[in-house]
Design a binder for this molecule. Sequence first.
Ligand code: HAM
Length: 434
Amino acid sequence: MALLVQRPKGTQDVTPKESCKWHTVEQITRQTAEQYGFSEIRTPVFEDTGLFVRSVGDTTDVVQKEMYSVTAKGDASFTLKPEGTAGAVRAMLENGLMNEGFPQKVYYITPCFRHEKPQAGRLREFHQFGVEMFGTASPYADADVISLAKTVLDRAGLKNIELFINSIGCPACRAEYHKALKEYFESYKGDLCETCLSRLEKNPMRILDCKSPVCSKIAEGAPVILDYLCEDCKNHFESLKDILSSMGIAFTVNPKIVRGLDYYTRTVFEFVTTEIGAQGTVCGGGRYDGLVQQLGGQPTPALGFAAGLERLIITMEKQGCEFIAPEPCDIYLASMGDAAQKKCVELAVMLRDEGFKVEYDIVGRGLKAQMKYADKINAKFSMVLGDNEIESGSAKLKNMKTGEQTEISLGEGFADAFSDIAVADMFNLKSDTL
Ligand code: HAM
């Protein structure tokens, strides 16, 4: 079949067969975030373009090359969010949440959009689970957020995910570092790509995460920020390492991690797997102590991370992790004839009111085809209604797994009687022992 319209490149459909995987990661991430004291925040899918230019930074790949922006009627420019932090910070400020006492802790699950070259684990529409914490500069906060990310990965059943940490310092130590970087890259001026040449003056650190093979090769020999940290940043990083060790969280210091977004200060970290190809960063984050003020708020230390849900799911699939199976149908009500079908509708309403998953024929199939359908949907029980059953006011309830049949009254007590039998089956008991 030649489809007239296909989904855009770099996007994915989640079909009913796959949606249980999404329910699994959404459940794990939500539950874990809430256990750590985070509450959900939801922000618009598009924001004023200026928000991302100011926060993510105008020399980053995300802003320079990857944003989906439109100029709406009039002249306002809007951008589909390429990440969750900027919108969360804006919303915290706009809703006065920074005045409600610290720490403030929020989480989100959101679609994000980046115009990148699609490949395994890299999409143009992807989804992030992220957390943001505001109002604490303590390294215990960094460790708490890293521990949350690790707990999510552990609960997803993932193994062999390495945690890399680094400190990229504060504006004070960054100035010295920028000088050293500039000096280093100046000698490769002839080889750097156009974009990096323009970054050389404004923000030489961005050259470190350029995706061009030539620039990344040159970047390999560049000075590392850890050698330029000021005393306070050094102490913060040492404390974080101590706390992580005392929490039993294994990590490797990787002085090359600088992250691709401009707002970071001090701690940055990434959880990386080698099992899903080149796009192995399942989760990344860090501190951004200057961003709240940069967006118009009071100086407020802050930090967070985001995990790509697609990358989480691909890694879980690769490692054979378990996903929550969808609940099968509790009972299929088969019918022969009009009166029986009406009765099925009545019984289904009763059972659904009690919370059971119920289906009956809505396509006009014969009895044999109805039972085949009951098998296909893995119904736990079935019941056939015809004129005889309507007349006698009772029918045979069949356990589809064991074949056991129980006569059950179709009167008022029907839902309770079914409930007793279904619960007994769940616990493998005889219903008369309940
Ligand atoms: P990020 O490293 O740009 O950080 O993205 C976080 C995660 O989103 C990545 O580790 C990856 O799993 C996923 N991701 C990013 N781009 C793609 C893509 N094109 N396709 C599929 N997955 C992708 C941030 O976005 C920061 N806002 C994280 C943060 C929150 N930092 C502090 N708070």
